[in-house]
Design a protein around this ligand. Sequence first.
Ligand SMILES: NC(=O)C1=CN([C@@H]2O[C@H](COP(=O)(O)OP(=O)(O)OC[C@H]3O[C@@H](n4cnc5c(N)ncnc54)[C@H](O)[C@@H]3O)[C@@H](O)[C@H]2O)C=CC1
Ligand SMILES: CC(=O)C(=O)O
Length: 310
Amino acid sequence: MRIGIVGSGMVGSAAGYAIALLGGASEIVMVDHKPELARAQAEDIAHAVPFAHPCRLLAGDYAMLEDAVVVILACGVPQRPGESRLSLLGRNADVFREVIGQVRAVAPGAILLVASNPVDIMTEVTLTASGLAPGRVIGSGTILDTARFRTLIGEHLGIAAQSVHAHVLGEHGDSEVLVWSSARAGTETVAHFGTRIGQPLTEAARARIDDGVRRAAYRIIAGKGATWFGIGAGLARIVQAIRDDQRAVLSCSILTEAVGSVRNVALSLPRVIGREGVLTTLAPDLDAAEARALERSAEILRDAAKGVVG
Ligand SMILES: NC(=O)C1=CN([C@@H]2O[C@H](COP(=O)(O)OP(=O)(O)OC[C@H]3O[C@@H](n4cnc5c(N)ncnc54)[C@H](O)[C@@H]3O)[C@@H](O)[C@H]2O)C=CC1
Ligand SMILES: CC(=O)C(=O)O
């Protein structure tokens, strides 16, 4: 199975590396408007393949994306320290309008997996420019924030992140919603479990975890210029779900008909992902404050998209 990656910078190359290590593809094609960068990334990742699963690494122009099952879009500009994701919109929308037609011309059957920020609005831009069905244009959305949330709850409770069932929903950005009310450690609510083992999720503990999730990108960007490992693994996870028709439930962004009173907005909810993309959406279990926060997040995205998404 061929996976294409347009944008061979930090995120694109981390995705390629994670896909190669996880055995997510038989062929990965790296594309970039700096062809020498795409070639160098492909060569470097290829040297990891003997330690993992058979996979061919290629680099080239758009023609090489022919027959790709998924094309990851990680092109454009990243945030500078202190900059919000939403501030990238104009610059990255221009890049996407240039790129999407070229991808669609050679890989009309590909599912488009959007990583560039602001990822929810870039998902809408991609949907409009591609003319694909909403379930075939998937933004990585809050898959990364959800991983951060599960990691920090797991650390607080002393259990594996994999055994924490919790989601971050809404915008991949400042207005995202950490869903505490239905978060579980295995079978037990995190609130009950925390109290029972003497690690209560007090207001202060929740505020610390909230900051750890919501401000993670700002901290990492201040420290090393960009984030890439977490999102690389998240993109590889979505590719696996598509490749193996897993019907895995992952927090991802697609155009959503209604979120409270807000219509037609791309944001993250728990989605069932398989071979044809997003197959269905699960209704999240939210308390009243979380439902209000999700609607507010949808409003923020709807307003930010005005004038950019036709
Ligand atoms: N969704 C998420 O959770 C995350 C999203 N991101 C976003 O991913 C995007 C990429 O970030 P990085 O890889 O760190 O940036 P980067 O600057 O390392 O890579 C971007 C690449 O896009 C290429 N590019 C620019 N214009 C192009 C065009 N017209 N055609 C083809 N290639 C083009 C550049 O040459 C560069 O190699 C950013 O928008 C960033 O904010 C970053 C981390 C997490
Ligand atoms: C940069 C970004 O979107 C993140 O790490 O969450």
